[in-house]
Design a protein around this ligand. Structure first.
Ligand code: HSE
Length: 438
């Protein structure tokens, strides 16, 4: 049986999962591939910590050159993360004629032009299934399964940590900080967890989905990004009362060639399929013009789920190698000459959706009428109002929640500014959350 050698750089949580799955499922993989995947070398700067996995016959060192200079190794798996050393090693591996598999969405969403470009020039593959949706084979589905479709929209819950936090806050009324700590202990969170909670990790993943869906590179600065750190258990409870869940959503919608690209907390009707995606689970809802609606669901983070996607990329590349070395599908699913350098992006001010607004209102009779008056002047019509709670202290405040019908975001922002300027109406900052209707 043919043997294909692989080198792993980065022996952390996902790296350990990869070693485990390649070992434990060796026979199944060999039977499917018709060749043996041999993990020949592992490199990590920490060679002493016991990862609790059997590395078999792999040679374990702390120098990445041991892999890059090994001509027998055809595939380099980069699992160190970050955009510094990881970029350098990825480009070196490609330059040396090696295929690369990575879970590094930060790297590919920031330096996609350069890295995908380098791979295409050399007829090499960058496998990055694990970078979006952990173990869910959503990239392969988008790139290959939906290849005949024009992609109309993508709506996804693609950060396990944020989804876990929102779920636990809702179920247990738990505090944001406590749940975040738990997520970090379970190994879901990024090295810098602000990436998870402030939406950056979701934006990195959305950038990759957009590139694949529309055959264009996109700058991260073109994706409006807002996280969940301002969401309180009170908002989750009010949303529930109104018939909604709050989810951190990645949204890409093609509206006549202009793409709305955004990441933000979103109110979703409880009946929406994405509303029942809880905990560390991720799901991506994709609409294509031919296929209609599709949804991909699974564990978006964690050692073995992510390793499953990394291993699948390795095996896919092995298939290309076995069949003669021609890369059958480009990493983004578009031919190099068809890739667009820019997309036309919809301004957030032009967005028209319903909004949930939470005012921290001074508990006086005329406050509600003044607020609704300003909204009315801006053509913002109201669907529901909730004002509950008892003010204990003199001059105290109550949350006042308004659900609007569809409104233009620029008008909404302008009316909130005007309301905030009126003396004696509000006693705290106003929060608004977009509502997804479809
Ligand atoms: N920190 C990420 C998440 C890991 O929570 O989803 C997978 O990308």
């Amino acid at each position: 049986m043919d043997k294909i050698s692989v080198g792993l750089i980065g022996f952390g949580t996902v790296g350990s999962g990869l070693v485990k799955v390649l070992n434990e499922n060796r026979e199944t993989i060999a039977n499917r591939l018709g060749a043996e995947v041999v993990l020949k070398r592992i490199v990590d700067k920490d060679t002493t910590t016991d990862r609790g996995v059997d590395i078999g016959g792999a040679i374990f060192t702390d120098n990445a050159d041991d892999i890059l200079n090994d001509d027998d190794i055809a595939i380099v798996v980069e699992l160190i993360g970050g955009t510094g050393v990881a970029k350098e090693l990825t480009l070196k591996a490609l330059d040396g004629g090696k295929h690369v598999v990575t879970a590094n969405k930060a790297l590919l969403s920031t330096f996609g032009r350069e890295i995908f470009g380098a791979a295409l020039k050399k007829n090499l593959t960058i496998g990055f299934e694990a970078s979006v949706g952990g173990g869910i084979p959503v990239l392969k589905s988008l790139r290959e399964g939906l290849t005949a479709n024009k992609i109309e929209s993508i709506c996804g819950i693609i950060n396990g940590t944020a989804n876990y936090i929102l779920t636990e806050m809702g179920d247990k009324g738990a505090k944001f900080e406590d749940v975040l700590k738990e997520a970090q202990e379970k190994g879901y969170a990024e090295a810098d967890p602000t990436y998870d909670v402030e939406g950056n990790d979701t934006a990195h993943k959305l950038a990759l989905l957009i590139s694949m869906a529309y055959g264009a590179y996109i700058d991260l600065s073109d994706i409006y990004t807002e996280g969940i750190s301002q969401i309180t258990p009170t908002d989750i409870a009010f949303a529930d009362e109104l018939g909604y869940k709050i989810k951190l959503l990645a949204v890409a919608k093609n509206e006549d060639g202009v793409v709305s690209a955004r990441v933000h907390p979103t109110l979703l009707k409880k009946s929406h399929l994405l509303s029942s995606v809880n905990g560390v689970y991720n799901a991506v809802f994709i609409e294509g013009d031919a296929v209609g609606s599709t949804m991909f669901y699974g564990q978006g983070a964690g050692m073995m789920a992510t390793a499953s996607a990394v291993a699948a990329d390795v095996i896919d590349i092995c298939r290309d190698i076995i069949s003669g070395g021609k890369v059958r599908v480009t990493p983004l699913g578009y031919s190099e000459s068809a890739m667009k350098d820019r997309l036309s992006i919809k301004e957030m001010g032009e967005l028209e959706v319903p909004y949930y607004i939470r005012f921290t209102a001074v508990d006086k009779a005329e406050v509600l009428s003044k607020i609704t008056g300003v909204l009315g002047e801006h053509n913002i019509s109201i669907a529901s109002v909730i004002q509950e709670g008892e003010v204990k202290a003199e001059g105290g405040s109550v949350p006042l929640v308004i659900l609007t019908h569809k409104a233009r975001e620029a008008s909404l922002e302008e009316s909130i500014r005007e309301i905030e300027e009126v003396e004696g109406l509000l006693a705290g900052k106003t929060l608004f959350i977009r509502v997804e209707e479809s």
